[in-house]
Design a protein around this ligand. Structure first.
Ligand code: PLP
Length: 230
């Protein structure tokens, strides 16, 4: 199967699961995570209808945003302070923000670029040491502090679930959804109206994430890897 066919299969499966949980088409987006593949595969996915793509390295993000300006580029990787202007220049949405000092630098870079940068706050719901993100305890205060920056808009939360354990993954997804509801209730009306996204679910666990309220699923291998089996 070609990348474009695999992308279309994933989109069809996402639509089925989405309908099963009574969610509207506009409520769940697929971000095609192209971090491991080359530009030909990106072009093939785009030919299959993909418009949202995710990258975890700033250099590759910036190069691809230049090469494919009609596509929407999401940054899903570790934020390094000195790379922030590059990330802001290329991203429609930064999924992986969890430090206020980075938010302040994003605010300055966005002001310089004449834009308001959309971001998600990454939360380490499962508490695994290998995962980054704010703790669930820190998240509400961090969201409010970031939302107060004039050139940053907080659009919701992101998490990475524990791999290889469906029950723990589900607990992480439910935890993120509950936390987002709790935070939304504390925000000013305009901030609450923007705070709608839950970025959660990858190739192995996206159906469960959609069941738990994901609005963005980040899918790499199921689209780009020939050997991926569900
Ligand atoms: C690589 C990556 C994904 C995609 O993972 P797959 O298992 O290949 O679908 C999603 N989110 C983040 C943050 C990633 O780094």
């Amino acid at each position: 199967m070609s990348v474009r066919n695999r992308y279309q299969c994933v989109v069809d499966e996402v639509a089925e699961v989405r309908e099963q949980y009574g969610r509207a088409p506009s409520e769940v987006r697929v971000v095609a995570v192209s971090k491991t593949v080359g530009p030909d595969e990106v072009a093939d996915a785009a030919a299959g209808g993909a418009v949202d793509f995710g990258e975890n390295r700033p250099e590759q993000l910036a190069a691809r945003a230049d090469q494919f300006p009609a596509l929407r580029w999401h940054f899903i990787g570790n934020i390094q302070s000195r790379r922030i202007p590059e990330i802001v220049g290329a991203s429609v949405l930064i999924h992986s923000l969890y430090q206020l000092r980075h938010a302040e630098k994003i605010d300055r870079a966005a002001a310089a670029a004449g834009k308001v940068q959309d971001v998600l706050i990454e939360v380490n719901v499962s508490g695994e040491a290998s995962k980054s993100g704010a703790t669930p305890k820190e998240a509400p205060g961090l969201v409010r502090a970031v939302a107060a920056l004039p050139h940053v808009r907080v659009c919701g939360l992101m998490t990475m679930a524990p791999q290889g354990d469906a029950a723990r993954a589900e607990a992480a997804f439910r935890g993120l959804a509950t936390l987002a509801d709790e935070i939304r209730a504390t925000l000013a009306p305009d901030e609450a109206a923007a705070f709608t996204e839950l970025s959660m679910g990858m190739s192995e666990d996206w159906p469960c994430a959609i069941a738990c309220g994901a609005t963005i699923v980040r899918i790499g291998r199921a689209i780009f890897s020939e050997s991926f089996e569900e």
